[in-house]
Design a protein around this ligand. Structure first.
Ligand code: AMP
Length: 183
């Protein structure tokens, strides 16, 4: 099962990906977490990504696609995986389709988690990560609206998109997600 958790920053993708991964017993990949780890470890990818992540800008598509392709090739992903924070652009979405096709797989479900912007800003300010400053949050929301939200049409036409209300407790939202996943 290949599941994409989709939505603006702060809708709860990371939290939900972790719980789903446990419940469904499949791996999850957060590209944001991969970059934060690479930055902390000062790897070549981390050194390149730091400027982008700190300022809420998208890391270049080829760098992101390479990380995802390497992770998907890893044996642990064989039963499937949950992608959190990828794809974020049309180029990334097409790269994902192609890499899955080469592996004889396809996306089973894109779960779009929706939360109003005012709540997103509150949540992210409360989380207080390095890139959770108000100006950077606003920029990340703009980037989402301009570059990422058009993918809703792409996946809508592909027939794999399901939308879920992201307001409510973590458990309630998790149940809503489980309810829309294919069997
Ligand atoms: P996230 O943890 O998903 O909020 O991601 C944090 C930051 O990592 C983003 O603001 C980007 O700078 C970078 N990032 C994560 N995923 C991607 C992606 N798919 N494409 C480009 N940049 C990404």
């Amino acid at each position: 099962m290949v599941i994409v958790l989709f939505g603006a920053p702060g809708v709860g993708k990371g939290t939900q990906a972790e719980i789903l991964a446990q419940k469904l017993n499949i791996e999850h990949l957060s590209t944001g977490a991969a970059f934060r780890n690479a930055i902390a470890d000062q790897t070549p990818v981390g050194l390149l990504a730091k400027e982008y992540v700190d300022n809420g800008k998208l890391v270049p598509d080829d760098v992101v696609a390479k990380i995802v392709e390497e992770a998907l090739a890893h044996a642990a992903f064989t039963p499937g995986c949950i992608l959190d924070g990828f794809p974020r652009t049309k180029v990334q979405a097409e790269a994902l389709t192609n890499m899955l096709q080469r592996m004889g797989r396809r996306i089973d479900c894109v779960v779009n988690i929706t939360v109003p912007d005012v709540v997103i800003v509150e949540r992210l300010l409360a989380r207080g990560r390095n890139d959770d400053r108000e100006d950077v949050i606003r920029h990340r929301l703009d980037v989402y609206n301009q570059e990422t939200s058009p993918l809703l049409d792409y996946y809508g036409s592909a027939g794999v998109l399901r939308s879920v209300d992201g307001l409510g407790t973590v458990d309630i939202v998790n149940q809503r997600i489980l309810d829309v996943l294919p069997d």
